[in-house]
Design a protein around this ligand. Sequence first.
Ligand SMILES: CCCCCCC/C=C/C(=O)SCCNC(=O)CCNC(=O)[C@H](O)C(C)(C)COP(=O)(O)OP(=O)(O)OC[C@H]1O[C@@H](n2cnc3c(N)ncnc32)[C@H](O)[C@@H]1OP(=O)(O)O
Ligand SMILES: NC(=O)C1=CN([C@@H]2O[C@H](COP(=O)(O)OP(=O)(O)OC[C@H]3O[C@@H](n4cnc5c(N)ncnc54)[C@H](OP(=O)(O)O)[C@@H]3O)[C@@H](O)[C@H]2O)C=CC1
Length: 268
Amino acid sequence: MTATKGTRVLAPGTLDGLSALVTGAGSGIGRAVTVRLAELGAHVTGIGRHEDTLAATGELVDSGAYDYHVCDVRDLDAVSAVVADTGRRHGLGLLVNNAGGQFFARADDISPGGWRSVLDLNLTSVFHITKAAHPFLAASRGAVVNISLSGVERGGMGMAHSIAARAGVLGLTRTLALEWAAEGIRLNCLGPGTVLTHALSDEASEHVLGNLVDRATPMRTPTPPEDVAELVAFLASPAGALMTGQLLQIDGGAHLGPGLHMLPEAYR
Ligand SMILES: CCCCCCC/C=C/C(=O)SCCNC(=O)CCNC(=O)[C@H](O)C(C)(C)COP(=O)(O)OP(=O)(O)OC[C@H]1O[C@@H](n2cnc3c(N)ncnc32)[C@H](O)[C@@H]1OP(=O)(O)O
Ligand SMILES: NC(=O)C1=CN([C@@H]2O[C@H](COP(=O)(O)OP(=O)(O)OC[C@H]3O[C@@H](n4cnc5c(N)ncnc54)[C@H](OP(=O)(O)O)[C@@H]3O)[C@@H](O)[C@H]2O)C=CC1
């Protein structure tokens, strides 16, 4: 596995005056997005379930550029209240639906409860948060970026629940891009490949991810979270003003189809 360093191309000040809301801002991609948006001039409100990690993200950005709310995105009333509070206090020009995740299991081993938990986290929450953000996004002619998953269009073995949820988000993104275009709101999805974040540090994930990079990613490199962040910033910037309803894969050509050898032994 080789790794490339994250790339930064946008000029300082590109996002001056932007107010952004980032779910899952306390780690991984969400943290990288938060840091980059703030560097480019935005104010970011982060959401996550753990205060310590959300606060640690704040140590990486200028004071005054960031605040956070401890909240579970699956608690639809609570998260809608956070969106409304953020919109009232700062306005809302960018919503990044990033919080998400899954467990790796073949479809036969996904119980109704397991299916529901992944759909609630990765699809239902996105619908409700985005709907709650609508009036504020309309007021600012704002943008939504939904963090998706490489494989959303082709499928991904061991991730039936998650891929189904992300496909749902893609459909939602494309539909709202049509419904809300007249209000100047743009919505897009980004599909990272393998991003080496702490969430993937357990043994099963290690196994899957090492294999994914070496055997299922033609460019044989993980996706740096900073590259995802730069694309989010681009989509929020004036340069992205005509981009809507798109899925942008940022995955080194990854494809999770060729064989069960990528899954932990127990799942083959
Ligand atoms: C070429 C393509 C490249 C793509 C690479 C993609 C790599 C992907 C990377 C990522 O997405 S990284 C970010 C990932 N982060 C995580 O995934 C976080 C870890 N996951 C979780 O926190 C949880 O799994 C969850 C998805 C949030 C679910 O948590 P929840 O608290 O809701 O679950 P539980 O209450 O514990 O269980 C609910 C339900 O689910 C069943 N279940 C849980 N784990 C498993 C498992 N490993 N296998 C099977 N079933 C599982 C559990 O039994 C419960 O079911 P019921 O008992 O109710 O039937
Ligand atoms: N890593 C990878 O290879 C890839 C990841 N992705 C997707 O990118 C997104 C970010 O992943 P990544 O940064 O790797 O993972 P992390 O686990 O590092 O980040 C997920 C973040 O979401 C937060 N979160 C999780 N569940 C909830 C919840 N119910 N309510 C509020 N916040 C929540 C977590 O914080 P807390 O636990 O404090 O709530 C955490 O900060 C996810 O949607 C993931 O599926 C897509 C492609 C590849």
